[in-house]
Design a protein around this ligand. Structure first.
Ligand SMILES: Nc1ncnc2c1ncn2[C@@H]1O[C@H](COP(=O)(O)OP(=O)(O)OP(=O)(O)O)[C@@H](O)[C@H]1O
Length: 329
């Protein structure tokens, strides 16, 4: 699978990694039911990044995306896409966006080719069969181009949704829960395509409640909970923070001071001298410089320090994150 290579030169000219492609300011949404789905959300999405929006079911991810894409009206605040206001300059803003929705609403008598070509036309773009062919090939849909949508499997329909979203060469691609109900092969293809698109300068925003997906894909991560954006961070930084754990060692007798041989571990000795606390990074990208728990235990033993119990705790940020992200529907 390879990404569509043909991109509109006027769009490429505007791509500059140092600028924001989407600016969200003070966004709020209260549904007619009175439910407050978003509260004062402000966010800049940088050109060419993969941004993962994380949060549990009902957090407000789809609402936020729907407002950015102009499908739902905000109650407060504003959104600009490539400098265009999503309400005042709807057509200009929307034509920069490709949206792959969560729901499979594509079910028609039309062929794959006709459906994807028609999508391009909806955005006022001139027909470009070469681009449509590239998109279909990149999604392994080329040999299905004449098949009617209704005859396709669920996975193939999903590929058609992605092809439709890419038909008009958008600058920003939204993927709403791309992994929900998707098989391993499609997930792998999708991730590869996303990276290829990003390499071409396309900005990707994906929503997910799978931490693994964000870990695998994202450059930056935003966490949304109960309608509030509680965290926006570079993934590497976030993973470092998330990866911090604490090991507490309960000693059999009190220590007056920490032996010099243990200085490198950055241990904290409790006031009564009976407890040592060791904070360490656990993840791939963490700053663990080789000082492992095994190393600590060996050092304790060679210093003749006996212990009766060990227990680990995760840092509070990880606690928050895991409870947000790993909570099942
Ligand atoms: N049209 C609507 N009218 C009233 N409430 C709504 C409407 N759409 C969404 N909501 C509510 O707003 C909240 C946020 O929903 P939203 O779909 O944005 O969450 P989400 O984070 O995308 O969740 P999921 O992961 O389940 O898609 C939910 O409590 C939902 O029930």
């Amino acid at each position: 699978m390879s990404a569509p290579a043909t991109r509109d030169s006027s769009m490429i000219a505007t791509i500059d990694a140092s600028t924001s492609v989407i600016t969200v300011s003070g966004l709020g949404k209260t549904y007619a039911t009175g439910h407050v789905a978003l509260k004062d959300v402000s966010l800049d999405i940088r050109r060419g990044e993969i941004f993962a929006l994380l949060g549990p079911n009902g957090a407000g991810k789809t609402t936020l995306i729907s407002i950015i894409c102009g499908l739902v009206n905000a109650t407060a605040g504003k959104v600009e896409v490539a400098g265009y206001d999503i309400v005042a300059d709807y057509r200009a803003a929307r034509s920069r966006i490709g949206l792959v929705p969560q729901e499979l609403t594509t079910d028609s008598f039309e062929s794959v080719w006709a459906t994807v070509s028609f999508s391009r036309g909806l955005f006022g773009r001139k027909a470009n069969p070469a681009h449509i062919e590239k998109v279909l090939r990149s999604l392994s849909l080329w040999d299905k181009k004449d098949a009617r949508i209704m005859t396709l499997s669920g996975g193939m329909k999903r590929r058609v949704l992605i092809a439709k979203a890419l038909s008009h060469e958008p600058e920003v691609l939204f993927l709403d829960e791309p992994s929900a109900g998707v098989d391993v092969e499609l997930r792998r293809d999708m991730w590869r395509l996303v990276r290829e698109l990003r390499d071409e300068g396309v900005t990707i925003i994906l929503t997910t409640h799978y931490l693994e997906e964000a870990e695998e894909m994202a450059d930056r991560v935003g966490v949304i909970a109960k309608g509030e954006l509680i965290l926006v961070e570079d993934k590497a930084t976030l993973m470092r923070k998330l990866g911090k754990k604490q090991l507490t060692v309960e000693l059999t007798g009190p220590l007056a001071t920490l032996p010099q041989a243990l200085a490198d571990f950055g241990l904290i000795l409790s006031q009564d001298g009976t407890r040592l606390t060791y904070t360490y990074a656990t993840n791939r990208e963490g700053d663990d410089d080789g000082l492992s728990i095994a190393g600590l235990l060996a050092a304790l033993s060679s210093e003749g320090i006996a212990f009766k119990d060990l227990h680990t705790e995760q840092s509070s940020l990880e606690d928050i994150f895991v409870s947000l992200v790993r909570r099942e529907p």
